[in-house]
Design a protein. Structure first.
Ligand code: FAD
Ligand code: DLZ
Ligand code: SF4
Length: 524
C-alpha cells in the first residue's frame, strides 16, 4: 500500500477547460499531479456534432496536452480509439483511479449541467476525496448570479447585470465611477445597415491544419462521416498562440467597424467585422477579461471608437456572462420550456440548405461550411424563422447544439430557448424577437436577389417572413397583447380588413403545410 505522500492528485481536464491557469492546476506541483484528458464517445455523440466541432475540440485537446507535457506535467491522455476506452467521462475517471490510485481528484466544475451531474456522483463512486472547484475563468460565479437573480426573477434584465459587471471589473469605467464615453450602452450606434456599395472587411486569419489536426480530421471522417457539415477546409485556431493571433488581427483590423456593423448581413460574407473568437473563448484558449482590457486600451489610446469597444465588451462581460448565469439559474427546466407550445418539426432544409429563401440558404451554407454563422444570422434569420414557424424548441436546441463549433449547452440553450423562441415565457427577453421580411431587407442585401419578393405581403411569391409574422402575432394574441412592447402591433392588425387578415393567415398556412420535417436522424 503506497503512503498518501506517494499518491498523486488526479486532475481531469475537460475539452472546454484548456487553460493553463485553470483552478485545478493552479498551486499544484508537477511531481504529484496526474492530468487526465479524455476523448470519449459519449461526448462526441450525445448529439451528432458538426464534424469541424469535433475536430476542433480533439485537436485543441491534443495540442493542449502536448503543451502541458512539454512544460513537465504528467498527462494521461486517452484517445478515442485507444484500447479499453470506456466511452464516458465517469468510465475513464474510473480507469484512471484504478491505474494511478490518487489520494484525491481535483476537477473544475463542468460547463454543462449534464456533465456536472456525472461529476457530482464521483465522490460516491470513487474511494478518494473529490473536490469540484468553481470555474473562475468567468467574471460572475454561478453563486453570485443566483444571489443577484433571487428575488428579481421577473426582471432579470441583462442591462442591469451588465452594469454590475462593468463596476466589478472596472472595464470602461472612469475614475469618478461613471461609464467611459458618458453612457453605459451605445446599442443605438450598433445598427448600421450595409452601405449600398457593400462592405470590405479584411479577412480573418486562418490556420492550416498541422500533423495533429490532420490526424484528427482523418479520425473524424472515419468515425463521424455521417455527421452534418463540411470538412473541406478547417481553419480554426487550435492553440493559445493561434487564438492570440486571431485576437490580435481582430483588435487591430476589425474592431473599429465592429460596432456600427454588428447587426449587418451581406450575402457570401460570413465574418464581416465580428471577432470570430467564440470558439477560442469557450475552449479556454483566450481570457475574456484580457481581451476586453486590450479593446479598452485601444479606445483609451484613441484607436477605436466607443460604440465598437463598448459593444464588444458588452457582448463578453454582459451577454456571455449573463447567459451563463441564466443557464445555471434555470436548469434543468429550461431544457423543457415551451411557453408558446410550439410543436412543428424542424424543416429538413435546415440540414440540406435547400430552400429558395435566400437569407436562410446563405446562413445555412455558412453554418455547414464554417460551423459558424454570426450573431444576427443566428438571431434574426434562423432564430426568427423558428420562432414564427412555431418549431418545437427541443428540435431547435438540438440543431444549434450540433451545428456551431462554439456550441456548448450553457451558451446555446439560453440563446435558443429564451432569446429566440421565447420558450421561457419572457424571463430573458422582454418581448419575442419577431420580425417580418422588412427587418432582414433593411439590415442585409439578401432580398434583392431572392426568389421571393420582400415587398409582396401575401400570395404567390410573397416573402414568407411577412405572412409568418402576422400568423405568429395572430395565434399568440392572448399571451402577447398585454405586453406593452408588443401591444400596438395589434392596433395595426385590427385596422386591417378581414380579407387582408385571411390572406395573411392563408399564405402562411400554405407555406407551413408545404414544409418537409427533417425527422430525428440528423441530430441524434
Ligand atoms: P462577436 O460578435 O465578435 O462577439 C464577441 C463575443 O461575445 C463572442 O465571441 C461571444 O463570446 C460573446 N457573445 C456575443 N453574443 C453572445 C450571446 N448572445 N451569448 C453568449 N455570448 C455572446 N455563442 C456561443 O459561444 N455558443 C453558442 O452555442 C451560441 N449559440 C447561439 C444561438 C443563438 C440562437 C444565438 C442568437 C446566439 C448564439 N450565440 C452562441 C451567441 C453569438 O451568436 C456567438 O457568440 C457569436 O456569433 C460568435 O461569433 P463571434 O465570436 O464573432 O462574436
Ligand atoms: C463537445 C465535446 C466533444 C465532441 N468531445 C469531447 C471529448 O471527447 N472530451 C471532452 O473532454 N469534452 C468533449 N466535448 C465537450 C463536452 O461535451 C462538454 O461540452 C464539456 O465538457 C462541458 O461540460
Ligand atoms: Fe429572406 Fe424574404 Fe428577403 Fe427572401 S425576401 S431573402 S425570404 S427576407
Amino acid at each position: 500500500m503506497p503512503s498518501e505522500k506517494d499518491q498523486p492528485i488526479l486532475v481531469p481536464i475537460l475539452g472546454d477547460q484548456l487553460t493553463r491557469t485553470l483552478a485545478s492546476l493552479r498551486g499544484r506541483t508537477k511531481d504529484d499531479t496526474v492530468v487526465l484528458m479524455m476523448e470519449v464517445m459519449d461526448e462526441a455523440t450525445y448529439v451528432k456534432h458538426h464534424k469541424q466541432k469535433i475536430v476542433l475540440i480533439f485537436s485543441a485537446m491534443r495540442h493542449f496536452a502536448a503543451e502541458l507535457e512539454d512544460a513537465g506535467w504528467t498527462v494521461d491522455y486517452v484517445r478515442l480509439d485507444d484500447d479499453g476506452n470506456a466511452g464516458s467521462f465517469t468510465g475513464e475517471v474510473a480507469r484512471a483511479v484504478e491505474e494511478h490510485d490518487p489520494r484525491a481528484i481535483h476537477v473544475v466544475e463542468a460547463g454543462e449541467w449534464r456533465v456536472q451531474q456525472q461529476m457530482e456522483e464521483w465522490a460516491d463512486k470513487f474511494d478518494c476525496e473529490v473536490e469540484i472547484l468553481p470555474d473562475d475563468r468567468f467574471v460572475c460565479p454561478i453563486a453570485e448570479f443566483r444571489e443577484w437573480a433571487d428575488g428579481r426573477e421577473a426582471h432579470l434584465t441583462m442591462e442591469s447585470f451588465y452594469r454590475d459587471m462593468r463596476r466589478k471589473t472596472g472595464l470602461l469605467m472612469n475614475e469618478d465611477g461613471k461609464p467611459a464615453g458618458g453612457d453605459w450602452n451605445f446599442d443605438k450606434d450598433n445598427r448600421e445597415p450595409p452601405p449600398k456599395d457593400g462592405l470590405d472587411p479584411p479577412p480573418r486569419p486562418t490556420f492550416e491544419p498541422d500533423d495533429i489536426t490532420r490526424e484528427v480530421i482523418e479520425l473524424v471522417e472515419d468515425r463521424f462521416g455521417d455527421h452534418f457539415g463540411s470538412l473541406e477546409s478547417f481553419e480554426w485556431p487550435v492553440t493559445r498562440d493561434q487564438a492570440e493571433k486571431a485576437a490580435d488581427a481582430f483588435l487591430s483590423e476589425r474592431l473599429e467597424k465592429f460596432g456600427p456593423y454588428e447587426d449587418a448581413m451581406v450575402h457570401g460574407q460570413d465574418d464581416l467585422y465580428h471577432s470570430i473568437l467564440s470558439t477560442s473563448l469557450n475552449l479556454g484558449l483566450l481570457d475574456p477579461i484580457d481581451l476586453c482590457e486590450r479593446a479598452e486600451k485601444l479606445y483609451r489610446d484613441g484607436k477605436a471608437p466607443i460604440n465598437s469597444v463598448e459593444g464588444f465588451v458588452r457582448q463578453i462581460i454582459g451577454w456571455r456572462e449573463y447567459i451563463r448565469g441564466f443557464y445555471w439559474y434555470h436548469m434543468p427546466h429550461l431544457q423543457k420550456a415551451n411557453a408558446l407550445n410550439a410543436q412543428r418539426g424542424l424543416p429538413e432544409f435546415f440540414w440540406t440548405g435547400e430552400t429558395d429563401m435566400r437569407c436562410l440558404a446563405d446562413c445555412i451554407r455558412s453554418t455547414r461550411d464554417n460551423a459558424h454563422a454570426h450573431h444576427i444570422q443566428r438571431l434574426m434569420v434562423l432564430g426568427n424563422f423558428c420562432l414564427l414557424a412555431g418549431i418545437d424548441p427541443s428540435e431547435v436546441q438540438d440543431w444549434y447544439l450540433v451545428v456551431y463549433a462554439d456550441a456548448y449547452e450553457w451558451v446555446e440553450l439560453p440563446n435558443v430557448a429564451a432569446m429566440i423562441l421565447y420558450a421561457d415565457g419572457g424571463k430573458l427577453a422582454t418581448k419575442p424577437y419577431a420580425a417580418s421580411g422588412n427587418y432582414i431587407n433593411k439590415m442585409s442585401d439578401y432580398c434583392k436577389e431572392c426568389t421571393y419578393s420582400v415587398s409582396k405581403k401575401t400570395g404567390e411569391g410573397s416573402c414568407p417572413f411577412n405572412s409568418l409574422y402576422w400568423h405568429f402575432m395572430d395565434r399568440h394574441r392572448d399571451r402577447l397583447e398585454s405586453n406593452h412592447r408588443v401591444g400596438r402591433v395589434y392596433a395595426t392588425w385590427d385596422r386591417m380588413g378581414d380579407e387582408k387578415k385571411d390572406a395573411y393567415r392563408d399564405t402562411a398556412q400554405a407555406f407551413l403545410d408545404g414544409l418537409t420535417p427533417a425527422g430525428p436522424d440528423y441530430a441524434r
